[in-house]
Design a binder for this molecule. Structure first.
Ligand code: ATP
Length: 255
C-alpha cells in the first residue's frame, strides 16, 4: 500500500571474485513510488535488480523486499511475495498468441492447474478459464486487448515490449521491475509507455525502472537513483539529478 516499505537495502554489495558489481547500496522504496535507476553500462543496475528479485545473492549488507530477505529465499518465493519483472532481452514465446503469453505468466505463480488437470479435469478447465479472463484483463491494462489472438512474433516491437509488461502483471505484483522497457522504442511508443507506467503507479503499483532513455526516466519517475561503478552517486528528483554535477560528469554529459 502507499507509504509502506517495499524495498529496504542497507550496505548491499555483490562481489564477483574481486569485481564490485555493487557496493554499499542503501535504498529505500515506498509503496506507489516510481523510481528510476540510471547509470552507464556496467554500473551495476542489472546486478542490483537481480538481488532485489532474488536472482542474484548479495555478498554483503542486508535487504528486505516486501517483508522477505531475497538473498535468503528461493526466487519463486520472492515472486510469490509480489515481485515481478521484465528483462532487457525479450523472453516472449514467439509462436504463442499475446493472450497465451500472458497466461504463461499467470501459470508461473504457483496456480496448481497442472496437478489439477491430472486429478480433476472440470476444475482445471475452470481454472484455465479464470486464467484466460485474468490474462485478457492484463492485456487490456497495457492496451493490447485487440491483439489477444495475434502471435507474439507478428506484433510490432513496441507491442512486444508492452506484452512483456502485461505478462509481468499476470502475477498481480506489488513491485514491478522494468529492465530497459523503452530500449528500441520510437518517441511515440516511449511516450505511451511512460503514460502506462504512470497509470499503473496510480493503481498502487510500485515501479522500479531501469532505463537508458533519460528523457523518459525524467518524465516518468518521481525519484531517480544514479549508479556508477557499482555505487549510488546520487538520489533525487528528476530536477535534482539533472542539475547534479557528479551525475552530469559520470553519465548525462556523455549521453
Ligand atoms: P548494462 O547497462 O550494460 O546492462 P549494468 O549497469 O546493468 O550494465 P551489471 O550488468 O550489473 O551492470 O554489471 C556490473 C558489473 O558487474 C560489470 O563490471 C560486470 O562486468 C560485472 N558482472 C555482472 N555480472 C557478472 C558475472 N556474472 N560475473 C562476473 N562479473 C559480472
Amino acid at each position: 500500500a502507499a507509504g509502506e516499505t517495499v524495498v529496504d537495502l542497507k550496505g548491499l554489495g555483490k562481489d564477483y571474485g574481486g569485481v564490485h558489481a555493487n557496493k554499499d547500496i542503501d535504498l529505500h522504496i515506498t509503496g506507489g513510488e516510481v523510481i528510476g535507476l540510471i547509470g552507464p553500462n556496467g554500473a551495476g543496475k542489472t546486478t542490483l535488480v537481480n538481488m532485489i528479485s532474488g536472482l542474484a545473492k548479495s555478498t554483503s549488507g542486508t535487504a528486505q523486499v516486501l517483508g522477505l530477505d531475497p538473498g535468503k529465499v528461493a526466487v519463486h518465493k520472492v515472486a510469490a511475495a509480489g515481485v515481478s519483472r521484465t528483462f532487457q532481452h525479450s523472453k516472449l514465446f514467439a509462436r504463442l498468441t499475446a493472450l497465451e503469453n500472458v497466461m504463461v505468466g499467470g501459470h508461473l505463480v504457483g496456480r496448481p492447474t497442472f496437478l489439477r488437470r491430472l486429478l480433476w479435469l472440470p476444475s482445471a478447465r475452470r481454472d484455465e478459464r479464470r486464467l484466460a479472463v485474468h490474462s485478457a484483463r492484463c492485456l487490456e491494462r497495457v492496451g493490447l486487448l485487440d491483439k489477444e489472438g495475434v502471435k507474439a512474433s507478428a506484433l510490432s516491437y513496441g507491442d512486444q515490449r508492452r506484452l512483456e509488461i502485461a505478462r509481468a502483471l499476470a502475477s498481480d505484483p506489488s513491485l514491478l521491475i522494468l529492465d530497459e522497457p523503452a530500449a528500441g522504442m520510437n518517441h511515440v511508443e516511449a511516450d505511451a509507455l511512460s503514460d502506462l507506467i504512470g497509470s499503473l503507479a496510480r493503481d498502487g503499483l510500485t515501479i522500479l525502472l531501469i532505463e537508458h532513455n533519460v528523457g523518459m526516466v525524467m518524465k516518468t519517475c518521481s525519484r531517480i537513483v544514479v549508479l556508477n561503478f557499482g555505487q549510488v552517486i546520487a538520489t533525487g528528483t528528476p530536477e535534482e539529478i539533472a542539475n547534479n554535477p557528479a551525475v552530469v560528469e559520470a553519465y548525462l554529459g556523455s549521453s
